[in-house]
Design a protein around this ligand. Structure first.
Ligand code: BG6
Length: 479
């Protein structure tokens, strides 16, 4: 197991909110090596003591149940260096002394700094075998910038020592999708165009852009969420069963899905997509301000887009992908709508009022699986069978056994297991499709639709949102 973490971006929000707390939990549970060490690095000119003073309250806030001893145990293993990520020599100097250990460098920094940071790591000997590299998303902001990063880093370190993170893959609920699909005959039997009418994937957030303006105004929801998390979810729903759980067998199947995505073109942009940006509104009774990116920014905070997978299994089945910030609630769900039964026997309700079967996987905030069935309500007074929708609901017990996504990802990277990391060809294929969407938007001049914070997006979003959400009448959209 690798035993040294070289963490870049150590003062940033991700590191302080998730990465260090994940390490604290792993350490407390005895899952890290005895002599585990962290070199924390960022631009701020702190010394180690000052860095500990900043980190300690963040750890206590993130994990109030952690003991003082556990917190001290982690802090004792962390020292801090100020580095200039634009200067490879400054990086090399900060990492050289760890050359004889087994290092994992973690880049929790803007992708614009990936190349110079990796050059510094290479100069300091931290990219040669057996050292490893973990990279946060996004890898670039389009195909061209991603290609530059992939090639420049690829020249410095072998692919089998690179671990590209999509933290959704580290979520137990997301891994459970594979378990449910491939551990049960029932699902696989209907998992194709013959039985499935449509699939909806929704990642809704009630939080806004909040404090991430400089990144977000250049990115927007499509690049921030669809390119990574949502396309990964789509892959897990749509991929063929892999021959084994070996990392590359899984990744081979995912990349085939991404390559089969039909590019969006300008002629279909208005029918197959909507983009929006929130204006002032109300969430949970509290006023929420509009998102106002700098002049010239094209950043959307809401996307609905229909993806079509041109292969044998999915021909003709639309995959409606939706994500947005400042929506009424935080929920991630996948809804699979089955086709209506082919021959309807029942008088009540008539066939048009019958509700086709629907399978919903709610992944966050709670894990839950719902199966919508039609079932009979004996109607003695009427003298015949009357069918009514029945929800079969399975709450997945979470709690103790569910770890923060980053805990799992750290362990896998320290142990060298690639299955939950994104391979270079997946990154390329995902950007190729995203580029087709942004090009189509530009060519069609697709308008940015405003929506009030606290609504389910612009009016046009109905077409893309999960049908159950719309049917429950919980959906108020638009202005
Ligand atoms: C990040 C995005 O990758 O995922 C954020 O950059 C988003 O904009 C976040 O808020 C959502 O992650 P989670 O785990 O809270 O669903």
């Amino acid at each position: 197991m690798h035993d040294t973490l070289l963490l870049f971006g150590a003062t940033g929000d991700l590191a302080q909110r998730y990465l260090f707390p994940s390490l604290l939990r792993l350490l407390g549970d005895g899952l890290l090596p005895e002599d585990f060490r962290v070199r924390a690095m960022a631009l701020s000119p702190h010394d180690t003591e000052k860095f500990h003073d900043i980190l300690r309250p963040r750890l206590e806030q993130a994990l109030p149940q952690a003991s003082r001893d556990d917190v001290n145990n982690l802090l004792d293993r962390i020292d801090y260096r100020s580095v200039d990520l634009r200067n490879p020599e400054s990086i090399a100097e900060a990492v050289r002394e760890f050359n004889d250990r087994r290092c994992v460098s973690y880049l929790s920094i803007p992708p614009g700094l990936y190349i110079s940071t990796c050059q510094g790591l290479a100069l300091g000997g931290a990219l040669s075998a057996p050292h490893r590299l973990m990279l946060e998303k996004p890898i670039g902001s389009d195909s061209a910038s991603a290609e530059e990063i992939l090639q420049s880093i690829g020249a410095l370190i072998d692919e089998d020592r690179v671990f590209r993170i999509d933290h959704y893959l580290g979520k137990a609920a997301v891994q459970n999708l594979m378990a449910l699909r491939f551990g049960n005959t029932l699902l696989e039997a209907v998992w194709n165009r013959n039985y499935i009418e449509s699939v909806h994937i929704l990642v809704a957030e009630s939080d806004g852009v909040d404090g991430r303006d400089s990144y977000y105004s250049r990115s927007g929801a499509m690049r921030d969420m669809v390119q990574s998390h949502i396309l990964q979810l789509l892959c897990l729903v749509a991929m063929e069963p892999p021959a084994s759980l070996e990392a590359d067998r899984i990744r081979d199947e995912k990349v085939k899905v991404l390559r089969a995505l039909r590019p969006l073109d300008a002629a279909h942009a208005a029918r197959d997509s909507v983009r929006g940006r929130y204006v002032a509104g109300t969430i949970d009774g509290q006023p929420a301000q509009a998102y106002q990116p700098p002049e010239g920014s094209e950043a959307e905070t809401f996307v609905g887009v229909t993806a079509r997978i041109d292969n044998w299994r999915w021909a003709g089945v639309p995959f409606h992908l939706v994500t947005g910030k400042r929506l009424p609630e935080r929920t991630t769900r996948i809804e699979v709508n089955l086709k209506p039964v082919t021959h309807w026997l029942f008088e009540r309700p008539d066939r048009h009022a019958a509700q086709p079967n629907r399978l919903t996987f709610q992944l966050q905030p709670q894990e839950n699986i719902q199966l919508g069935l039609m079932s009979s309500l004996a109607g003695p007074e009427w003298g015949a069978l009357e069918l009514q929708p029945l929800e079969l609901e399975l709450s997945v017990p979470t709690g103790l056994h569910r770890r923060i996504a980053y805990e799992r990802l750290f362990l896998d990277a320290f142990n060298g297991n690639h299955a939950l990391f994104v391979r270079d060809d997946e990154v390329r294929a995902a950007w190729a499709w995203i580029d087709s969407v942004s090009d189509a938007w530009k060519a069609a001049d697709l308008p940015m639709q405003p929506y009030p914070a606290g609504s389910w997006g612009p009016q046009q979003s109905h077409e893309f949102l999960p049908e159950a959400l719309v049917a429950e009448n919980r959906v108020e959209t638009g202005l």
